[in-house]
Design a protein around this ligand. Structure first.
Ligand code: GRF
Length: 209
């Protein structure tokens, strides 16, 4: 089967991106990253892409008057590369309706909690783990989901739980969850590239084998 042409959006360190890159290289994911775009010029994920000779682009939001124009530029760049799947790997901007409609059912996001807990507006990165610790929950985790027009509301593909222990702090919890993020994001992208995911209403049906 032809490898799926993948576009990745990042804003930061890119460890989730790196996990995808490594698993493509190892032949575990039948995909090819055609373009990595960041809204942050200093995102280390851009360095990761350059080191692997993958096309990268820093798109400065300040060069555009409106969010919609910025998103249309994102769409234009991904379509020029015939991208079939978009992965949000630590991307911190909200996508426009146009973008989501353009790639409807083909945008995957990784979120560092068990949706529908600790998600939605304002819940990203370390803020999620702080809210988890402040609330005192005993279980958190990570979620991979398709992106719809809401914030972290799309059909869930995979989730995995992480125990919150008394001795956990922001750093230890973030590290434990990030490990699970890498694992389930890779699994979800692999399943997508092998055409083993289908969406029925709110449910994602997985053809395991
Ligand atoms: C991770 O916590 C991820 O859950 C969130 O962004 C953070 C950055 O991850 N979406 P990465 O190292 O940039 O992939």
């Amino acid at each position: 089967m032809e490898p799926t042409r993948i576009g990745v959006l990042i804003s930061g360190g890119g460890t989730n991106l790196q996990a995808i890159m490594d698993n493509i290289k190892d032949g575990n994911i039948n995909g090819k990253i055609e373009l990595i775009i960041s809204n942050k010029e200093n995102a280390y994920g851009l360095v990761r892409g350059r080191k692997a000779n993958i096309d990268t682009l820093y798109l400065d939001r300040k060069q555009f008057k409106r969010e919609e124009e910025y998103n249309l530029e994102l769409v234009k760049n991904f379509k020029e590369k015939n991208v079939q799947l978009i992965i949000l790997a630590g991307y911190l901007r909200v996508l426009s309706k146009d973008f989501i409609q353009e790639f409807s059912g083909r945008i995957i996001n990784i979120h560092p909690s068990l949706i529908p807990s600790f998600c939605g507006k304002g819940f990203y990165g370390e803020r999620v783990h702080k809210a988890v610790l402040d609330y005192g929950v005993k279980i958190t985790g990570a979620t991979v989901h398709f992106v719809d027009e809401g914030t972290d509301t799309g059909p869930i593909i995979l989730q995995e739980a992480v125990k919150v222990e008394d001795r956990d702090n922001l750093d230890t919890l973030k590290e434990k969850v990030l490990e699970v993020e890498h694992k389930i994001l890779v699994q979800a992208v692999k399943l997508y590239c092998e055409n083993r995911l289908s969406i029925e209403g709110r449910k994602v049906i997985i053809k395991w084998e």
